[in-house]
Design a protein around this ligand. Structure first.
Ligand SMILES: [Zn+2]
Ligand SMILES: [Zn+2]
Length: 187
């Protein structure tokens, strides 16, 4: 069975060198759906509590919310950084609180202080799915990711290969046989 969680992400981007309107900087509310597959944990009668999926995923996804996403070779990147620098907000600002955990993968690098994500490939809906899977595949048993942004949408199925040991009292993943939330110990 699957537990399904949705996220709204508000971001700006552009498709650098794309022959169409999308080569101009513009914004979206993107909707990301993550489906997590596993057995049903009988104690809680759930695959995984959706608020836990939210917590785990949002930690990294926050980086894409109210953020600018640019490809690494986009000349807008140094231009924007220079404006942020002059304005004194490149390395953070007191009002910039909702920051995600910085990450650096093959496909993307997040700079939470500047609310900027630099990608290797153009951030299309397909590109976003690749980035998100790469960031979360070791943390969640992902069976499908769907991303919708404006008229564009894409979806990708994955085959989860493992089952996660979960707490029979609150459903969260056990860490070394112990529930990090309620302290339950697996015997
Ligand atoms: Zn767009
Ligand atoms: Zn527990």
């Amino acid at each position: 069975m699957r537990s399904i969680t949705k996220f709204d992400l508000q971001y700006a981007h552009r498709f650098y060198k794309f022959q169409g309107e999308a080569q101009y900087l513009h914004g979206h509310t993107g909707v990301l759906t993550i489906e997590v597959e596993d057995t049903i944990e009988p104690g809680v009668n759930m695959v995984f509590p959706c608020n836990e999926i939210q917590k785990v995923a949002w930690n990294v996804l926050k980086n894409f919310d109210h953020a600018l996403v640019l490809r690494e070779d986009d000349p807008l990147l140094p231009a924007i950084l220079s404006v942020y620098e002059k304005q004194g907000i490149k390395d953070g600002a007191p009002s910039n609180k909702m920051k995600g955990e910085a990450f650096h993968t093959e496909l993307a690098v997040a700079y939470p202080d500047a609310r900027l994500v630099v990608t290797k490939e153009t951030m299309t809906v397909e590109g976003m799915i690749k980035i998100v899977y790469d960031l979360l595949k070791d943390k969640l048993n992902i069976a499908r990711i769907t991303f919708t942004s404006g008229v564009n949408a894409a979806t990708q199925e994955y085959t989860p290969t493992k089952s996660v040991d979960r707490c029979p009292l609150c459903g969260v993943a056990l860490r070394d046989g112990v529930c990090p939330k309620c302290g339950y110990k697996k015997h």
